[in-house]
Design a protein around this ligand. Sequence first.
Ligand SMILES: [Mg+2]
Length: 247
Amino acid sequence: MHDQPLEALTFDLDDTLWDNHQVMVDTELGHYGWLDDALSAWLAERGQAPAQRFAERYPLAAFEASRRRLAETHPLRRGDFTWLRKRALREMLQAYGLPPATAAQWAEAAMARFMELRHRVTPHPEVEPLLSELGRRYRLASITNGNVDVQRLALGRHFPVAITAGELLAPKPDPRPFLAALARLGLPPSRALHVGDSWREDVAPARRLGMQVAWIAPHEGDQALPAGIHRLNHVRELPELLRRLTR
Ligand SMILES: [Mg+2]
């Protein structure tokens, strides 16, 4: 089917190797609740507790709005979620009455808590054996827009190349994270297949570069797709697709 065999696979992470929704809900509520409790206790100890708790004055919706505003005023940082979160927290904590250095420390602490919760992902049970198997035959890379550092996870050892696109200041669908992965793999796009769940952020940009694409889309029907794009219900179906493509 192809003149040139595939040599590498690049993987999106969130909602491709694990279900991300519940992790994000737990992380969002968990770190903000932690900040509110810890800060209230700390202020009370000092006899400085304001009438309103931090999360009463700035509910999660205010935090979200503040991140959106920052992303608009700092477009280069729009994909750097860690930076946006820390900066928004710092500004709200200062507005709440903390001195700048104290606000920065609490923002750091809340973000550390966020990152700890954010990494409590549970990959699909098939993923570990799948990556072990595929890693023998293909070079593997991860490309994520999220702030998961794949090397903090057990399955990070399968990814010698790991691209965190937001921190490149060029989140997918920008082609640069794909090009960065391909450059580090030392391969042209035609020798790689990208696996991802988002049409806009994974499928379209990878295909435009000339990569093959496995689109994880369990809720899409079997409509005809452009050449080079293959729909799967689940990442566990990837080995079968690769067998078909190399036949
Ligand atoms: Mg995804």
